[in-house]
Design a protein around this ligand. Structure first.
Ligand code: MN
Length: 517
């Protein structure tokens, strides 16, 4: 019999970060990892170190700083991937290497160009190699739900015999159904017949079944679930952490399992991930959506007033939605700021704190209540924004309206020199983008993504703008928040272009145009 403890494996920073258009800086990843630790997740998959130097740095930073949860790094069944994962995890207290290889016929033939026997040999070697670095090794058979069950049994047995403690059976393409998954998990569990091996599921939402399939896995004896905050991830995303956790919490009678999640941190975690990733949470999203606890119909409201249990199976309090978020005003001192930031799990240097305080004062001029969401947005701007020392938006202006082409004029200071230019665009943001590209002589740039997320409700609310620009073989993300959407856009674009210009240009060269034409 398996124990009744379900381990929550969070992949927000790995699979979630693979959401199209999402690019998190290492410090943003660290902020999310710290919040995940407060939330009480058991395992944080921090990234895929072999994928890029930035990924390796982020995993290393998290391994170094985040203590409670196990820190996992992903690796293909290649020696260099496993070496990169081991290097990134060097300072982790509880490191895990997560190795994977595809096991379905279509993946083995078309992608890996390997026979099943070759795949088996590789898994044996690579699980052993991972074990030579760390005690805790997880093995995933990618596309398990479209793999031949007999072959999966062989793979699972081999991986377990070589020392993998966790065997994951991912529904990589979101294809399975709850009944089918239950059967597959049961088959593998009975074939392994070892209560020390923890089985795991990893479900994608292509058919909207990720959470249902994950719960079916738990019913079949799985004791690790791989989930992501707000359900973000490749394509339609992963099973949402908050939905799986609240389902096994609210229906404990049905699932009979325990978890260690501090559910009152769920809402705050959702908000932080939404903001840092630039991915809005849909209003009707289960558990953490804005409407999740709102009752509109008269009959429902009447019932709620008589007895909340008539229409409420969860309370806002369960997931930490605070009714009043007012914490700060114009006169809030630095001490109060630091105090509130640390309650939110965010840290800032004294210098950053001064900048945050100035921003909050400015914001308090136009907005009567500064709430936690505003504070987090400002913190993100000042602390984890990609700051390139030499770029500064000096001035900007946009005109648009009926019967005129949107026109923007900008002045930026780059490496001590002010550059001005103007341009027309399809819309005001596009005009700003064009004007900034021209001012910086970055004419080969493309605006790869633009996202606008309201930070706080109401007319005077802040808006967070995330952009991604690409060109010259690089991509760079920019982020800013402001009560003025166009100003926020201009700042985010400057942020991204400055970061890209910094990478495109060799340190020694002062003139941009000469390098990048
Ligand atoms: Mn996945």
């Amino acid at each position: 019999m398996s124990s009744d403890q379900v381990y929550i494996f969070d992949t927000t920073l790995r699979d979630g970060e693979q959401s199209p258009g999402v690019a998190l800086s290492p410090s943003a990843k660290l902020a999310i990892a710290e919040q995940l630790a407060r939330l009480g997740v058991d395992i944080i998959e921090a990234g895929f170190p072999q994928a890029s130097a930035g990924d390796l740095d982020a995993v290393r930073l998290i391994a170094d700083q985040v203590r409670e949860p196990v820190i996992a790094a992903l690796a293909r069944c290649h020696p260099s991937d496993i070496e990169a994962a081991a290097r990134a995890l060097e300072s982790a207290e509880r490191p895990r290497i997560h190795v994977f290889i595809a096991s379905s016929a279509v993946h083995m033939e078309a992608k890996l160009k390997m026979t099943p026997d070759q795949v088996l040999d590789r898994v044996g070697e690579m699980v052993a190699k991972a074990r030579s670095y760390v005690e805790d090794v997880e093995f995933s058979a990618e596309d398990a739900t479209r793999s031949e069950p007999g072959f999966l049994v062989d793979l699972a047995k081999l991986a377990a015999s070589m020392g993998a403690r966790t065997i994951n059976l991912p529904d990589t393409v979101g294809y399975t159904t709850p009944e089918e998954y239950r059967t597959l998990v049961t088959l593998i569990r009975e074939a392994l017949d070892d209560p020390k091996i923890r089985l795991s599921v990893h479900c994608h939402d292509d058919l909207g079944l990720a959470v249902a399939n994950t719960l079916a896995g738990i019913e079949a004896g799985v004791r690790q679930v791989e989930v992501a905050v707000n359900g973000i991830g490749e394509r339609a995303g992963n099973a949402a952490l908050e939905e799986v956790v609240m389902a096994i919490t609210a229906r404990k009678d049905q699932f009979q399992v325990q978890h260690r999640i501090q559910t009152r941190e769920l809402f705050r975690t959702s908000q932080l991930v939404s903001r840092l990733c630039g991915m809005m949470v849909q209003p009707n999203k289960a558990i953490v959506g804005r409407n999740a606890f709102r009752h509109e119909s008269g009959i429902h409201q009447d019932g709620m007033l008589k007895d909340r249990r008539t229409y409420e199976i969860l309370t806002p309090d369960d997931i930490g939605v605070e009714q009043t978020l007012l914490v700060l005003g114009k006169h809030s001192g630095r001490h109060a700021l630091r105090q509130r930031l640390s309650e939110l799990g965010l840290s800032a240097s004294s210098e950053e704190l001064v900048r945050i305080q100035n921003r909050i004062k400015g914001l308090a001029e136009v907005k009567s209540e500064i709430n936690d969401q505003d504070l987090v947005a400002v913190w993100q701007d000042e602390v984890q924004g990609v700051k390139v020392e030499d770029i500064d938006l000096v001035a900007w202006q946009v005109s648009t309206g009926t019967h005129m082409r949107p026109t923007a004029q900008v002045a930026v200071r780059f490496r001590g020199k002010v550059r001005e230019d103007s341009a027309i665009g399809d819309g005001p943001v596009h005009a700003l983008f064009q004007a900034l590209s021209r001012a910086l002589d970055l004419n080969g740039l493309e605006l790869a993504s633009y996202r606008l997320v309201p930070v706080s409700p109401g007319e005077e609310g802040l808006a967070a703008v995330s952009v991604e620009v690409s060109g010259y073989g690089h991509r760079a993300a920019g982020y800013a928040s402001d009560v003025d959407v166009l100003k926020g856009s201009a700042l985010a674009l400057t942020d991204a272009m400055g970061s890209l210009a910094g990478r495109v240009l060799p340190e020694a060269t002062g003139v941009l145009g000469a390098i990048v034409e």
